[in-house]
Ligand binder design. Structure first.
Ligand SMILES: O=C(O)c1ccccc1NCC(=O)[C@H](O)[C@H](O)COP(=O)(O)O
Length: 222
């Protein structure tokens, strides 16, 4: 199975080019000002140009106001809105209706109960992203480089389309894929040399690790 691959929190033309060259299907821009990955919407719009039509451009927001979304949508022209906060199903529906864009709703997961919250969004969100809960003391709802218990995803109905996220890197992606068979994967810190600093060599190594994990003999579990 060939899964979608999202590289999130990109901030330079060089790392975007490398992600696209290696086959990223999604590239994410972070619009959360406390994040070391934050980019101004107008800069993100310029950075995203080479990706148009090659990869889906994802705007990552946290409980965005209408004004925030107006600016981001106008300047970035994203293909997908990722909602990484506490947005209710009603808010997701409103955002979809106003902007006419698909929504990927993020959930932080620690226990099976956390996955039950997904039910209220089925048929509303277009896709889900499962991330780990932020560690104590973190100001960031995402991009913390920590994983959750991937086996919990076996509780999900097969029809739920999602991206697996949280602490993925070249060393654990094969195990993550073997356990979850996730239809999409998302990485940020795992391809960084320092918080917010993406690294082309680490991007390469991550894609190499995914390719290795997806060789027919690995995928069949033999
Ligand atoms: O990455 C951030 O700084 C961030 C800040 C606020 C909300 C969401 C954020 N990231 C969202 C993502 O989709 C990340 O790729 C995801 O959390 C995984 O990050 P990591 O564990 O570092 O791979």
């Amino acid at each position: 199975m060939k899964q979608d691959i999202k590289i999130c929190g990109l901030r330079t033309a060089e790392t975007i080019d490398r992600a696209l060259a290696r086959g990223a299907t999604h590239i994410g821009f972070i619009f959360f000002e406390k994040s070391p990955r934050y980019v101004e919407p107008d800069i993100a719009g310029k950075l995203a140009e080479p990706a148009r039509g090659k990869a889906k451009i994802v705007a990552v927001t946290v409980n965005p106001s209408n004004d925030d979304l107006d600016e981001i949508v106008a300047l970035l022209k994203p293909d997908i809105l990722q909602l990484h906060g506490d947005e209710s199903p009603e808010r997701v529906l409103t955002i979809k209706a106003v902007y006419g864009l698909p929504v990927m709703k993020a959930f932080s997961v620690r226990t099976a109960d956390d996955l039950k919250r997904v039910e209220a969004y089925i048929g509303i969100a277009d896709r889900f992203l499962f991330d780990a809960k932020p560690p104590k003391g973190s100001d960031l709802p995402g991009g913390n480089g920590v994983s959750f218990d991937w086996s919990l995803l076996s509780w999900l109905d097969d029809s739920v389309d999602y991206m697996l996220s949280g602490g993925l890197n070249k060393a654990n992606i094969a195990e993550a894929l073997a356990i979850t068979r996730a239809p999409g994967i998302d990485v940020s810190s795992g391809v960084e040399s320092a918080p917010g600093v993406k690294d082309v060599a680490l991007i390469d190594e991550f894609f190499d690790a995914v390719e290795w994990a997806c060789q027919p003999e690995m995928a069949s579990g033999s």
